[in-house]
Design a protein around this ligand. Structure first.
Ligand SMILES: [Zn+2]
Length: 105
């Protein structure tokens, strides 16, 4: 049995020097991947266990990220992030397409 981890990209935040930033994401960034926040900060992602309780605690938001997020929401939601490259079909799916079997997974 597999438990699939589902992540709401709208609820992914980045803590940089004690401030919590937002970013427009098209996928969950990998450990070590570089991200750019709405306010323009660029940093490498590092996954960590929380070192302090975070649920129910005030969030030290970056004011610029929060403002830009509110602008996105007022404009009808966060703008879609263009994919970094066109999606590549999985080789198994491509082989099935070529064979005309058409079933997935
Ligand atoms: Zn920010």
């Amino acid at each position: 049995m597999t438990a699939v981890l589902l992540v709401d990209l709208g609820a992914v935040f980045f803590e940089i020097n004690g401030e919590t930033h937002r970013a427009r994401l098209d996928r969950v960034p990998a450990d070590g991947q570089q991200v750019q926040t709405l306010c323009g900060a660029i940093a490498k992602v590092e996954y960590r266990e929380p070192v302090r309780p975070i649920v129910g605690q005030p969030i030290p938001w970056c004011r610029r990220c929060n403002h830009l997020h509110e602008v996105d929401i007022a404009a009808g939601g966060p703008r879609q992030v263009a994919p970094r490259r066109p999606p590549t079909p999985h080789p198994r799916h491509e082989m099935r397409r070529q064979l005309g079997t058409g079933s997935s997974s």
